[in-house]
Design a protein around this ligand. Structure first.
Ligand code: NAI
Length: 333
């Protein structure tokens, strides 16, 4: 009996994500909220023969509170996407306010829900949500997640392509750590479940690393002004959300990569900071998730010199992104 909610449900990510959640038999209620079109999206999805009862609301008449009532999991893909020449950080100006206001709504109506943030820049929007909750005295770091799954999905696909066998892409697992934008995305290719070819030289390793870090740009360029990754993001978002839903409903612990506050597991967080060599509040890594949220933050483990160097380059940008989100002040629109 899980109620899942999508905020930004009429968008390029929101619609296919809502579709995938509707196909999860563990979801018994699906709440959809957006500033446009949610009644239509909800009516459409409600004809699919799966258990979830679907409701869609717009802002008037407390639509946000109605959508969020009783929510267990809230996924946020609301906001504007990138266009060619626009970085994730450029989106901050618009998306920061949107995420801030939605977080206030969640904290008011469903303060114990698991919150999964997709809206970019994730490195900053997650700290925005945390600060809103802190101000209200309701922050539980164990239940706040930045969705970085698309980086992991891309790494699996690109490694399988490199191995010349796309059928392996569902089996390939590559840890991707750090954050979710450009150089803050750090794939640990030395730890791929399927090792790279022995003839893979430094130049090829750097090219593959860069492709994973900037994979989103391929989509932005190909869409030519019509947005960024939506379908692959919906797939990745559903993969992560479905793990959370399983952990919630089955009482089982699962491992998934996510961008989390390092206080979510104080001991694991402190150990991770030692590995990184820096006092950061947020980082993306594998976490163990159970019915109450994050149980353990898992260590990065053995790194090559090249991977250490990549983390070294990620940390200053990540630090600045976190600071920008944590100090964001909402000016009324
Ligand atoms: P989109 O423009 O197609 O959809 C966004 C939706 O949010 C629209 O339907 C819009 O009406 C809605 N919205 C705007 N303000 C709102 C508010 N105050 N309350 C509720 N809904 C609101 O954009 P798309 O492509 O779905 O991307 C959404 C976000 O996801 C962007 O910030 C994008 O950068 C991010 N993204 C994140 C990825 C990740 O890996 N975490 C990957 C790809 C995109």
């Amino acid at each position: 009996m899980v109620k899942a909610v999508v905020l930004g449900a009429a968008g390029g990510i929101g619609q296919p994500l809502a579709l995938l959640l509707k196909t999860n038999p563990l979801v018994t209620e699906l709440g959809l909220y957006d500033i446009v079109n949610t009644p239509g999206v909800a009516a459409d999805l409600s004809h699919i023969a799966t258990p979830a009862k679907v409701e869609g609301y717009l802002p008037p008449d407390s639509g946000l509170a109605k959508t969020l009532k009783g929510a267990d999991v809230v996924i946020i893909p609301a906001g504007v996407p990138r266009k060619p020449g626009v970085t994730r950080d450029d989106l901050f100006k618009i998306n920061a306010g949107i995420v801030h206001d939605l977080a206030q709504g969640i904290a008011a109506t469903a303060p114990d829900a698991f919150v999964l943030v997709i809206s970019n820049p994730v490195n900053s929007t997650v700290p925005i949500v945390a600060e809103v909750y802190k101000k209200l005295g309701k922050f539980n770091p164990k239940r706040l997640f930045g969705v970085t799954t698309l980086d992991v999905v891309r790494a699996s696909t690109f490694v399988a392509e490199t191995l010349g066998d796309l059928s392996k892409s569902t089996e390939v697992v590559v840890p991707v750590v750090g954050g979710h934008s450009g150089v803050t995305i750090v794939p640990l290719l030395s730890r791929s479940s399927h090792p790279l070819p022995t003839a893979f030289d430094t130049e090829k390793l750097e090219a593959l690393t860069k492709r994973i870090q900037f994979g989103g740009d391929e989509v932005v360029k190909a869409k030519d002004g019509n947005g960024s990754a939506t379908l692959s993001m919906a797939y990745a978002g559903a993969e992560f959300a479905n793990k959370i839903i399983k952990a919630l409903s089955g009482g089982e612990s699962l491992i998934a990569p996510s961008y989390v506050h390092l206080d979510a597991d104080k001991e694991g967080g402190a150990a991770l900071k030692k590995e990184i060599g820096k006092e950061l509040d947020y980082f993306s890594t594998n976490v163990q998730i159970g019915p109450d949220g994050v149980e353990k933050i898992l260590p990065l483990g053995k790194l090559t010199d090249y991977e250490r160097q990549l983390i070294g380059s990620a940390v200053p940008e990540l630090t600045a992104n976190i600071e920008k989100g944590a100090t964001f002040q909402r000016t009324p629109a």
